[in-house]
Design a protein around this ligand. Structure first.
Ligand code: NAD
Length: 459
């Protein structure tokens, strides 16, 4: 493979050739990508299984299927999205016709994480290409099977001077970040997000940072606990709990805590059996480093359920932790695994104390039938996005912008929001020449009162 600087130079030259501005060309690329992905369905799902025993079903529902629907959406709407948008003119600039032109940024760098390695690499790539950019993708080094398939797919569809996947770990990522890009889209940890933001700042490159955090889940006593248990066990244990928007911990009304733990235990057994390590549906922790990190989080905690580990397999069973203190290790960082701490509250002040001791989370969940309590909570806290009475599924509506705030990230994407992320909105005013009032031209003497009237009535 060519060196990074050569690839970037070739991509810049291709961008400058104006070829990517042709919407029909972009459409043909997206259609070719779809064909390639459809032809590789089995290989993709197998790669996900090989990487961390992610089941075929979870691979489809949370990666392959979502990528296909994002592709279909882009193919269906691209012509409409890419067209200059006519904007209502202002009387102050009369006569004019005003537009927003949709301009690609140019050379885009996408850095992807391992936890949804197919989805989080291709979703941004699809929208970057749809918007007319060239792309260098750096997939995660921790999911080597999936990253290899991604590289092959991109190679089969795109010439290297338009889109390419460059595999590698931190050294490759660092080299990529040293280059001057027109846009950087990063998904990963808050820690590395700061490294990316620093690198981008050097060149004043705009960034989207899709990061993580401790996403809370509040449960009050107005709810049907059996239904909650189904949704909570699903939302926490999908992908083995290695989901950026997984509920990190629960804050439940103290008098129903025991009942909640009881229904959660039953639900885990119902879904994954008495020995969850034998379930074909329960994934493993991605690597030894993360396994050991999670194992350490379990130390000095009171385990209400689970806590079984198997180091040979990087296996940690679904685990419920009983009322850890806010100072404990398990509450100190994003858990990112199948461990669910249950905290309790009696008053809204208790909730405040807990939530305010963490950075602004990526997601926020609440189970309640109490409308005023729900509205109070939604309006009180800053967070990236949320769901009332379910978990994770806000990710599935492409009409909702997805992203974090503060330490959980900046910028949003999904569907048209993704297209807009990779698009510079270029305002253009086309001025009429048939009318040219003299008010704005010097000499200004005697024009002040007319100017004030114009602003009073028309601005
Ligand atoms: P990570 O930050 O360790 O790695 C992400 C990417 O950055 C990888 O491609 C990696 O090679 C690269 N990288 C790692 N260290 C680097 C360094 N020092 N310099 C330059 N590049 C570096 O994250 P991860 O472990 O792959 O993913 C887990 C994290 O991602 C969690 O915090 C999770 O919440 C977050 N996440 C967020 C979203 C979201 O949409 N907001 C989605 C998935 C994961």
């Amino acid at each position: 493979m060519n060196s990074i600087t050569n690839i970037l130079a070739a991509q810049r030259a291709f961008y400058q050739s104006q070829k990517t501005k042709d919407v029909a060309f972009r459409l043909s690329l997206l259609k070719a990508l779809k064909k390639e992905i459809v032809s590789k369905e089995k290989v993709i799902l197998e790669a996900l299984y090989k990487d961390f025993r992610k089941s075929e079903f979870e691979g489809y529902i949370s990666e392959y299927g979502l990528v296909l629907s994002e592709l279909n959406l882009a193919i269906k709407n691209l012509k409409k999205w890419a067209k200059p948008k006519r904007i209502k003119p202002s009387i102050l600039t009369f006569p004019s016709t005003d537009y927003i032109y949709k301009e690609p940024y140019g050379s885009v760098l996408v850095i992807a994480p391992w936890n949804y390695p197919f989805l989080l690499a291709l979703d941004p790539l699809i929208m970057a290409i749809a918007a007319g950019n060239t792309v260098v993708l750096k997939p995660s080094e921790l999911t080597q099977h999936t990253s290899k398939v991604l590289t092959e797919i991109i190679k089969n569809v795109f010439p290297e001077n338009l889109a390419v996947s460059i595999e590698g770990g931190i050294p490759v990522s660092t080299m990529l970040l040293e280059q001057k890009w027109d846009y950087i889209f990063f998904t990963g940890s808050t820690r590395v997000g700061k490294i990316v933001a620093l690198a981008a700042a050097k060149h004043l490159t705009p960034v989207t940072l899709e990061l993580g955090g401790k996403s809370p889940c509040i449960i009050d006593d107005t709810v049907n606990l059996k239904l909650i248990a189904r949704r909570l066990v699903w939302g926490k244990l999908l992908n083995g709990g290695q989901t950026c928007i997984a509920p990190d911990y629960v804050i439940v009304k103290s008098d129903i805590k025991d009942e909640l733990i009881d229904v959660l235990k039953k639900e885990i057994i119902r879904r994954y059996g008495k020995n969850q390590s034998e379930s074909p549906d329960f994934p493993r922790i991605i690597n030894k480093k993360n396994f050991l990190r999670l194992k350490a989080l379990l130390e000095n905690t009171t385990i209400a359920f689970g806590g079984e580990i198997n180091e040979n397999e990087n296996y940690i069973s679904p685990t419920i932790i009983y009322e850890p203190s806010l100072e404990s290790n398990v509450m100190a960082e994003e858990i990112f695994g199948p461990i669910l701490p249950i905290l309790t509250y009696k008053t809204v002040e208790d909730i405040n104390t807990i939530i305010n001791s963490f950075d602004k989370p990526l997601s926020f969940y609440m189970f309640s039938e109490n409308k005023s309590f729900i509205n109070q909570i939604i309006n009180t806290y800053n967070f990236g996005g949320g769901v009332i009475n379910d978990l994770l599924i806000h990710f599935g509506n492409h009409r909702l912008p997805f992203g974090g705030v503060g330490a959980s990230g900046m910028g949003k994407y999904h569907g048209k929001h993704g297209f807009d992320t990779f698009t510079n909105e270029k305002p253009i005013m086309k001025r009429g020449n048939w009318f040219d009032p003299s008010l704005r031209y010097a000499p200004y003497k005697g024009k002040m009162s007319l100017l004030k009237k114009v602003f009073k009535y028309f601005a």
